[in-house]
Design a protein around this ligand. Structure first.
Ligand code: NAP
Length: 337
């Protein structure tokens, strides 16, 4: 078993990490960190557990550590669910201390030698850590932003066609803003047509994820993404309306969605279908479809002339903690850890 820690274990993404790692077959949860407000308390006393899955009692007995390098130096890997303003320098220091960092924060996503990975979509980018390891003993691997994970995963089956431009409108769940991020008074009976930084992130991150890896570097994919991001009163599950300039018919796109398979099988957090085509005219929907494949499936549907389609996935699992755990499983299976 590898010893695993979670940075920011009390937050929206951190709690998902605890849920997914509490009984993991390869990773043993040994360290949980949070702010000074929580440090020194039993996790059960520090956390305000807000998930609809049962509280993992064993993790509840761990004493929460302050978030610093010393707290995690005995871990083999750490999963980071820290606010971006903290993650930048701290994740670097932890990787320099020899620990493998799997991060959800945006700080290092665009660093040239840091993989920005969705395990099933661009596993070949894992080799970038050979470049990183020339300068440090550990490494940093990042997850894309949650809405970008839904977009890039849905685009993976379509890479065999040529496409140049993508327009996307998102309907993003409130859990994507963290537990304290959206006031009930602001979101009930409402749609907020602005999520800071999200539209720019979707454009640049999708290019890097679907870019090509050659001679130790990534060349971005040659398509443009024009995004319009909205917060809607849904608890979990980001829904995307996508328009794509693609040389394919709706039937060919549907066939690609139906037949695409991930390039590997058998990792513990991997769903049977990473992309699932739903033929019903009113699907996917967050409440009905977000938990498919252990909440790791991106559901797609409503493919029609344009080409237009809908993609939807669970933002704190497929779009954050689950994607990160799957990345770590891939690294372990490739013997990078
Ligand atoms: P969150 O709910 O606000 O949780 C923040 C966590 O960081 C808590 O554990 C908090 O501990 C800890 N923290 C806050 N200030 C700290 C400090 N000064 N020192 C040490 N720890 C501190 O945020 P979140 O939604 O889980 O997001 C975490 C990261 O994941 C962010 O970078 C976010 O952009 C990214 N992300 C989120 C999603 C999503 O769907 N939510 C998806 C993809 C990526 P206390 O409880 O002790 O304050």
């Amino acid at each position: 078993m590898l010893k695993a820690g979670i940075l920011g274990a009390t937050g929206a993404v951190g709690q998902r990490f605890v849920q997914l790692l509490a009984n993991h077959p390869w990773f043993e949860l040994t360290t949980l960190t949070a702010s000074e407000r929580s440090a020194g308390k039993r996790y059960a006393d520090a956390v305000n557990w807000r998930l609809d899955s049962p509280f993992p009692d064993k993790a509840g007995e761990l004493i929460v550590s302050p978030t610093n390098v010393d707290a995690v130096k005995d871990c083999d890997i750490v999963f980071s669910a820290l606010p971006a303003e903290l993650a930048g320098t701290l994740e670097t220091a932890i990787a320099d201390a020899g620990v493998g960092v799997f991060s959800n924060a945006s700080s290092h996503r665009m660093d040239p030698d840091v993989p920005l990975m969705i395990a099933e979509v661009n596993p070949e980018h894992a080799a970038l850590i050979d470049v990183q390891r020339k300068k440090r003993d550990g490494f940093i691997v990042t997850n894309p932003n949650c809405s970008t994970i839904m977009l890039a995963t849905a685009l993976a089956p379509l890479r065999k066609f040529s496409f140049t431009g993508i327009q996307v409108a998102t309907m993003q769940a409130i859990s994507g803003a963290g537990f304290e991020g959206v006031l009930a008074f602001g979101i009930y009976d409402n749609v907020i047509p602005y999520i800071g930084g999200e539209e720019e992130k979707m454009a640049r991150e999708a290019n890097k994820i679907l870019g090509t890896f050659e001679n130790g570097q990534i060349t971005g994919a040659p398509f443009t993404v024009s995004a319009s991001c909205n917060r809607v009163p849904v608890i979990d599950g980001h829904t995307l309306n996508v328009w794509i300039d693609i040389k394919a018919t709706p039937e060919e796109v549907i066939e690609a969605f139906k037949t695409w398979e991930a390039p590997f099988t058998g990792l513990p957090t991997q769903p049977d279908k990473s992309v699932l085509y739903l033929p019903e005219e009113n699907r996917p929907q967050p409440r009905l479809d977000r938990n498919r494949g252990g909440a790791m499936t991106v559901s797609v549907g409503r493919v029609r002339e344009g080409i237009r389609f809908v993609a939807m996935g669970h933002n704190t699992i497929r779009g954050a903690a689950g994607a990160s755990v799957l990345n770590a499983e891939l690294f372990h299976s490739k013997k990078y850890i």
